[in-house]
Design a protein around this ligand. Sequence first.
Ligand code: NAD
Length: 481
Amino acid sequence: MQTLANYIDGQLVAPQTGSYLENINPATGAVYSKIPDSNERDVDAAVTAAARAFPAWSGMPAEERSRYMMRVAQVIEEKLDAFAAAECDDNGKPLWLARTVDIPRAVKNLRFFATAILHTRSDLHETDGQALNYTLRRPRGVAGLISPWNLPLYLFTWKIAPAIATGNTAVGKPSEVTPMTAHLLAEACVEADLPPGVLNIVHGTGVGAGAPLVAHPNVPTISFTGGTVTGREIARTAAPMFKKYSLELGGKNPNIVFADADFDKALNESVRAAFANQGQICLCGSRLFVERSIYDRFVEQFVAAAKAMTVGDPRAADTKVGALVSKAQYNKVLSYIQLARDEGGTILCGGGRPDDLPERCRDGYFISPTVITGLDHLCRVNQEEIFGPVVSIMPFDSDDSVIEMANSTPYGLSASIWTQNLMRAHRVAEQLAAGTVWINCWLLRDLRVPFGGVKQSGVGREGGDEALRFFTEPKNVCVAK
Ligand code: NAD
């Protein structure tokens, strides 16, 4: 069984506690590696190494930082198969998905920010003939980066790349549920000769390693992606310390299909939006609103498509829906399906474990794509984030009524609209409370655009220039003429 290590000051090291957590493959339910159960002493060692590396790294020409990052990206790309297999075994997602989406996107994150820093602009404001103001942007020091389990390497590199590209050094805390690709990333950094201390990775639980990182006095910047409850806890620690923080949190995203939509495209993409990555993407369209005149036909075909999805071994090429990430997540999703029954919903398909799983997956955490109808938009199932292969479909009668229902949750991460009416598309998009609105598409990502949510989906924005600004501090220099 493999024993993972922390990555501190350029070295792969054991946790100072000497204790380890079990890492479980969710497709089999079996323990397959051991993860450092780090504590505040490991975090402190990592922060100390990062602080020591900061002057040289931040003072290095951007071109050189860029070259290091491009080398790390190159190593990951060369080991694509190993990374994809690790992500599949850790997370339960289909291997083909990790291989074609998650890992290539992680490589893209590194390359995007490694090259973005070669093309930045500076601001200059002239004050009516009296002065010139120019704005310098400087890295903030050691960044604390905490990521979740659903898109492990993608979201980890989404934070690491802009942080170190702009000259910060970093301490990353990947999810203890999916640590394997972070461990491979550490090995890739060693192979790419990334200077010691620029990136440090401390494994462990949220309470054991995440909380001390957030509370560390020498970590002025915190970038967190995860659940809303954890985000609240992090803000409680970081705000009184006047840290700069960004919180990317949960979602309960509406997917709105108007009668004038391209029916087949809306149907196929809505199925993908509901069940991709077992429904464990913060951007999944878990509330599906369909205009009443096409509702029956749409629901019938949606259910047929959901039933046709192969649920099975994530390693198999024809698997569309793999395992949920953990037993806890599996039980949580099942409890929401039961709640849907209790709230008067009708389960049109799925609703539990498939009965034709292969032998290897007998003890894994699988739930068939589940479609629920008949629930009020204000019931708990339609208000709370389930984060599994479960979608609730509701009919609507007018633009205004669907906008009201769509905006009725405490979340506001993303939304999708399917219509061929251009005016309606723009009007509805403007009125939806969401950080991202997709029109006639879903999960189309451009790394340059601001990314984040409103309401309880988060604070701050990541992506492109927003990330470059987040990880740097502006300083105005006023020069009298
Ligand atoms: P989580 O909040 O349980 O954990 C996320 C990370 O925070 C983990 O690394 C965990 O160890 C750490 N953590 C837990 N408690 C902590 C504490 N007190 N202090 C510091 N760190 C702590 O989230 P999860 O279950 O791993 O991920 C699923 C959630 O993430 C869902 O709610 C999903 O919507 C959200 N998510 C949001 C986005 C986005 O961009 N908005 C993207 C992906 C996932």
